[in-house]
Design a protein around this ligand. Structure first.
Ligand code: EPZ
Length: 420
């Protein structure tokens, strides 16, 4: 079980590059099986969750070659519609395989994905939407048995703009006869990336990024090459690293629109920004003050609101701000697991239900802490960069689900962090 050892108090400097987004590549890997032709994906991140998804693709018949950050996938010979338990239990996000397997195989069997560290994670909206497309789903002994012999387009309204439900319904609807409309759809950039990927193979999806997505069913798909969007949460993580250490760095390979909510909050805390609009992707420079100002109130909301995945990270920066900040976590019911660990490092935080009150302290002290989930673990790394003395973080497998070589990238901008 790996650990990180961090010696805090150092300034960061220089440039750091962001790579492909975990939450874009995962649904795109599911979408790969819609076609029988070759798919080439560039800039894919080396993450535990991605490795798991590749194992699922292999287990149902995909042939996969990889050359550094390029994946070459041959999905011509998909034999199975059984999505293997062990992988579904490993990562919840594999539930998005369901819509793709139904589109390709017209049936699927998948184990009910459990909850995870941050909440119960129900899939009622996924199943409701699929049933409206004509999928017959029976649940028995913890498995979902799905028949989709003749899916037909439907007019679906989501009670909540669920990212996963939007993706699953979109994937299944690509092969349903006629037109499907998803209203109150999630608007996250990863949904738009999925739409663009599906269309690059000959799909007919439009409206992603708005709250209404329209999918026209098609008979077949062709080959494609695609580069996923950069990870807006990893970009936000590097911005927090600069903010909490009072540093000046440049984060390269970002899409400025995707990180506006985080930039605005850090600007409110006293950071200044220099956007660089490049030919291809953008870059953003951040200059943080010696001490951040408190941020009156931050509430997590679906995109384009402040992202729940950045909540723990912003909280770590606010533990050393001047003044008292409030954070309300509106999306997941159990996403404050980092709070007791930050308190062990000297933070002054009180939580009441979904509200956290953070009273800024002048210093954090290094301590032995434990990652409880992906973004909460990353928040502990941020706190360690600032804390006096040495911080040891264990259970870093949680962190490595979403960050590819985080220690290497942070070392490249001056952090004293190593994997032990
Ligand atoms: C995606 O999870 C992301 N994961 C999460 O990132 C992210 O935090 C979340 O979207 C919100 O942005 C991937 O993309 C792989 P949701 P997802 O369905 O799809 C409730 C990370 O750190 N809900 O939008 O599971 C649910 O309980 C991960 O990278 C239902 O009630 O998010 C939650 O409270 C963590 N019924 C809320 O909606 C359903 O059928 C948001 O869930 C589905 C969801």
């Amino acid at each position: 079980m790996g650990k990180f050892r961090i010696r805090g108090g150092r300034k960061l400097e220089g440039n750091v590059k962001v790579i492909g987004a975990k939450n874009a590549i995962l649904p795109i890997l599911a979408a790969v099986i819609l076609t029988r032709k070759q798919v080439v994906l560039y800039d894919f991140p080396h993450l535990a969750d991605v490795e798991n998804m590749l194992l699922i693709l292999k287990s149902i018949g995909c042939r996969i070659k990889r050359e550094n950050s390029t994946l070459i996938i041959d999905p011509s010979d998909i034999k199975s519609w059984m999505i293997p338990d062990r992988h579904v239990k490993e990562i919840r996000s594999s539930i998005v395989m369901l819509g793709a397997v139904l589109a390709r195989m017209k049936k699927a069997v998948i184990t009910y994905p459990g909850g995870c560290e941050i909440g119960q994670r129900p899939i009622n909206l996924h199943l409701q939407g699929l049933r409206q497309l004509g999928v017959v789903i029976t649940e028995s002994h913890g498995y979902l048995h799905c028949e989709a012999a003749n899916m037909a387009g439907a007019d679906i309204h989501l009670d909540y703009p669920s990212v996963g439900a939007t993706e699953n319904i979109m994937l299944a609807a690509t092969c349903a006869k006629g037109r499907t409309t998803i209203r109150n759809a999630a608007k996250e950039p990863e949904i738009t990336d999925l739409q663009n990927f599906i269309n690059s193979m000959g799909g007919k999806v439009s409206g992603a990024g708005s709250n209404t997505i329209v999918i026209e069913g098609v008979e077949s798909f062709h080959e494609t090459e695609y580069t996923v969007i950069p990870d807006r949460i990893v970009a936000g993580t590097y911005l927090i690293a600069a903010a909490i250490t009072g540093s000046e760095i440049v984060v390269e390979n970002v899409i400025l629109d995707h990180i506006q909510a985080v930039v605005n909050k850090l600007r409110e805390a006293g950071c200044t920004f220099t956007p660089y609009r490049g030919k291809g992707l953008d870059a953003i420079g951040i200059k943080a003050p010696e001490r951040l100002r408190a941020i009156e109130h931050t509430k997590t909301h679906p995109y384009p609101g402040f992202p729940t995945d950045m909540q723990a990270l912003l909280m770590s920066a606010l533990t050393v701000a001047e003044g008292t900040s409030i954070i309300t976590e509106n999306i997941f019911e159990n996403r404050f697991k980092h709070v007791p660990e930050l308190i062990r490092m000297g933070a002054c935080i009180r939580t009441e239900g979904k509200v956290a009150v953070i009273q800024g302290v002048p210093v954090l002290r290094g301590a032995e802490v434990s990652a409880g989930d992906l973004r909460g673990g990353a928040a502990l790394v941020m706190a360690g960069l600032r804390a006096e003395g040495e911080t040891i973080i264990d259970n870093i497998r949680h962190i490595e689900r979403g960050y590819d070589k985080l220690d290497m990238y942070l070392r490249s901008i001056g952090a004293d962090i190593e994997r032990i």
